[in-house]
Design a protein. Structure first.
Length: 274
């Protein structure tokens, strides 16, 4: 229910009309996003390259040293992650460079992954309790708006950052975890990888795709965000939270291979195992 102050400022009829419009915008935008995802998934699938088996880093058959990318994590880590994670699809499971089609596939997988769905559901519940943003109100209808807008913002952030900008700038949008990191080093590495990423050649570069993508997504979110929450300050506040959440998510990604190995009882490979 609007407060007396809001009624006196805006009037009863305009508030009702705005709420009616807001009730249609988030579901419509979410439908457009996931429709585009489904269409792109089916059209990009035939273009995917067959993954090549992971080989052990070493001298080539010609006797020349391979031009390996800088700072490639040990092969032992990828022996634990032989399949792409369904919870964090953006964790690198090989050192093979991604094609444009594979980056599109990564955007799709990440947008409907378990961690995205879980975060949207939990985050929407917290925002519902805090009545944030205030323009959505309360009730199950308001929760659906918050959940739909969260999924839409994440999908657009992945589209801009992991596919469009990463392809244009030739950057690798995946996260490369370390082997059994200490907690202090994991915190430092997780924050660092928000601002630094690898390019397609394996060199560390400024993470423009990961930093600009969420900002573009938050700008787009103002199309379906409540009118009273579309200010420049609100947009940059959401962007700042996105960057902070990315750093926290990197901490989970950093330890995910360790958890995965313990759950599946994966042993360390013996010498000579590829």
């Amino acid at each position: 229910m609007p407060s007396r102050q809001e009624i006196s400022i805006y009037g009863t009829a305009p508030v009702r009309q705005s709420n009616k419009a807001l009730s249609l915008q988030p579901p419509l935008c979410a439908l457009i996003f996931f429709g585009a995802i489904a269409f792109g998934w089916t059209s990009a699938a035939p273009a995917q390259e067959t993954p090549k088996p992971q080989t052990q880093t070493g001298a080539s058959s010609t006797g020349q040293a391979p031009s390996a990318p800088a700072k490639i994590p040990p092969v032992a880590l990828y022996d634990q992650l032989q399949k792409k994670s369904i919870f964090f699809p953006d964790i690198a499971s090989s050192t093979e460079r991604l094609s444009t089609g594979q980056k599109f596939q990564l955007f799709v997988d990440n947008s409907i992954s378990l961690h995205t769905l879980t975060w949207a559901a939990l985050g929407s519940a917290v925002n519902q309790a805090e009545n944030s943003p205030t323009g959505f109100g309360q009730g199950w209808d308001a929760y659906a708006k918050r959940f739909g807008s969260s999924m839409g913002r994440q999908a657009s952030s992945n589209f801009f950052g992991e596919f469009l900008l990463a392809s244009a700038l030739h950057q690798d949008p995946r996260f490369y975890p370390e082997v059994k990191p200490t907690f202090s080093h994991a915190v430092k590495y997780s924050v660092q990888r928000v601002f630094v990423t690898r390019n397609d050649d394996g060199r560390d570069v400024a993470n423009w795709s990961g930093l600009v993508g969420p900002l573009m997504a938050e700008g787009l979110a103002n199309v379906y965000w409540p009118d009273r929450n579309r200010t420049v300050g609100d947009t940059f506040l959401r962007y700042g939270l996105d960057v902070a959440q990315r750093a926290g998510g990197n901490m989970l990604r950093e330890y995910w291979p360790v958890f995965y190995g313990k759950i599946h009882h994966v042993s360390r490979p013996t010498a000579g195992h590829n």
